[in-house]
Design a protein around this ligand. Sequence first.
Ligand SMILES: C[C@H](O)[C@H](O)[C@H]1CNC2=NC(N)=NC(=O)C2=N1
Length: 103
Amino acid sequence: MAPQPLTPEEIESALAELPGWEWDRERNLLKRSYSFARHLQAAAMVIHVARIQDESDHHADLLLGYNTLGVSVNTHSVGGKVTERDVRLARRIEEIAPAHGAR
Ligand SMILES: C[C@H](O)[C@H](O)[C@H]1CNC2=NC(N)=NC(=O)C2=N1
């Protein structure tokens, strides 16, 4: 069943428990930027996030920089809106970020 787009209140409520994540209202997506001491730490996190995304069949856009990793996500199947699937992916990524040295 297609996930329902979240209301602004639901998004803000979810973000309250996702430090560092923002709702880009213009592009209607959730985003977070992580920074690292070393490039390879950022690159290693990309692989881990990719595995999580394939497991959950929900994929963010990832932007790997010198010592940064940008994550932005919404749900394509409902026309690019923020749903519970995006919040769930953000929570999973937050769970693994500290072990990668992400700040
Ligand atoms: C066929 C496959 O299950 C779908 O295309 C999945 C893949 N990953 C996805 N990722 C995101 N962000 N939104 C989707 O609607 C989506 N759909």
